[in-house]
Design a protein around this ligand. Structure first.
Ligand SMILES: *Cc1c(COP(=O)(O)O)cnc(C)c1O
Length: 431
């Protein structure tokens, strides 16, 4: 394929490309193992001298075709699927940052990611400095240390909906000789291409828009191939010096631009085993085919709903980066001109003085829009962090964590927008 296809075409055509007489649709290789005729042939695979499949914990063809499609969508050089978005983010960092290492994390990230890096990985001896994504360049530069290995942020933060200032973050990371890792789950590669703005590694929770139908939990890591590890061998010894667990292979020497993903596959996946099931990869692939259509509809509906809420007398505030006047509107236009995502947040005015009670009352009146712990699938849904995901926190703790007690996270689906607004309307009328 010489021609560079557009993203809509890649979503349908990339990855599995059948030969004459092969299935039109990506097959599910539902097999743990792969057969070889001679012992020597299989031995070469274990020495990384030949490439091929032998055990699904390391690699499976169905997964690889889906990873290849997402690699093409992001414009990277290599990609791998993981069992979840959490596993993708863990692998992406742990592949280059081990005990004794340090990382810089944007404070505006998904709660599970925040916990992974500041609590769980701390127990592994990895230090994490959390910074406000709206900090100045000076503040950002001051966060780097001798042992800093990477900077991690989300392109659109879940649930804060902060849009990343890619230029500021990429510049700081690169001037300190470390890669910028960006979780691109919310806008997806359809709306945001992090590699074009200086990100080096991209991760996704495929569980969200990519799957799009709330069928399967999964993740993906994509490497741009742009970060030159060999310039900093003392900082990234895992990639630039021999690996004893593979007869002394040096990943950057043997695999060039494929070094980072190869190491994550043959070392981390081999030892930690967070592989996505081929069945789930098949669902993700199905979702990807309609991703551009769905993203367009999600964004169109979300903007209409945000505008409706903004003009409603019972609504206290609305946060949607696609809304003119929003703090992140200009950054959104710069980095995601086609649109952001379908997630908005808002708060309603309290009539009783008890914000949480009023918010819960509003949500309980909704008929079609469901209360679920999910975002970014075809169906409209709401979540109230203060009474769900963050319910163990006090009022003060909620504010400290950046979660306003009245915040309703609204994942606007692809139903007819008039029906979505009508449901909100009748619920607001009852509070
Ligand atoms: C959901 C989510 C994750 C975690 O992904 P899982 O697939 O649930 O493990 C990570 N990052 C972002 C931005 C998310 O929305």
């Amino acid at each position: 394929m010489n021609q560079e296809y557009s993203i809509e075409t890649k979503c349908v055509q990339s990855g599995w490309k059948p030969e004459n007489g092969e299935p039109r649709v990506l097959p599910i290789y539902q097999s743990t193992t792969f057969k070889y005729t001679t012992s020597e042939e299989m031995g070469k695979l274990f020495d990384l001298e030949a490439s091929g499949y032998f055990y699904t914990r390391l690699q499976n063809p169905t997964n690889d075709y889906v990873a290849e499609k997402i690699r093409d969508m992001e414009g990277g050089v290599a990609a791998m699927l993981t069992s979840s978005g959490q596993a993708a983010n863990f692998f992406a960092v742990f592949n280059i940052c081990e005990a004794g290492g340090h990382m810089i994390l944007s404070s505006a990230v998904y709660g599970g990611t925040f916990n992974l890096f500041t609590v769980t990985m701390k127990k592994m001896g990895i230090e994490c400095t959390v910074i406000d994504p709206d900090c100045t360049e000076e503040e950002l530069n001051a966060a780097f240390k001798e042992n800093t290995k990477c900077v991690f942020a989300e392109s659109i933060a879940n649930p804060a909906l902060v849009v990343l200032d890619f230029d500021k973050f990429a510049k700081a990371a690169h001037s300190h000789g470390v890669p910028l890792i960006v979780d691109n789950t919310f806008p997806t590669p359809v709306n945001c291409r992090p590699f074009e703005h200086g990100a080096d590694i991209v991760t996704h929770s495929t569980t969200k828009y990519m799957d799009g139908h709330a069928l399967s939990v999964g993740g993906v890591i994509v490497d741009s191939g742009n970060f030159d590890w060999t310039k900093y061998p003392e900082k990234f010894p895992g990639l630039c010096t021999p690996d004893d667990s593979y007869h002394g292979v040096t990943y950057t020497e043997r695999f060039g631009k494929g070094a980072y993903i190869t190491k994550a596959t043959v070392q981390l996946m081999r030892d930690l085993g967070c592989i996505q099931s081929p069945q789930n990869a098949f669902y993700v692939n199905n979702g990807l085919e309609s991703l551009p259509l769905r993203m367009e509809k999600h964004c169109e509906n979300a903007l209409k709903v945000a505008k409706y809420l903004q003009n409603h007398e019972k609504v206290a505030w609305v946060n949607y980066p696609g809304l003119e006047g929003n703090k992140y509107y200009d950054l959104a236009k710069k980095y995601m001109p086609k649109g952001t995502c379908g997630v908005i947040s808002f708060g309603i005015k309290s009539t009783t003085g008890d914000t949480i009670k009023d918010t819960v009352r509003f949500m309980d009146q909704l008929k079609m829009i469901a209360i679920v712990t999910h975002v970014a699938d075809a169906r409209s849904c709401v979540l109230h962090p203060a009474s769900h995901t963050h319910r163990q926190m006090t009022y003060e703790q909620l504010l400290e964590a950046g979660v306003q007690p009245d915040l309703i996270r609204f994942s606007v689906g692809i139903e007819n927008v008039d029906d979505i607004i009508a449901d909100v309307e009748q619920a607001l009328a009852l509070v």
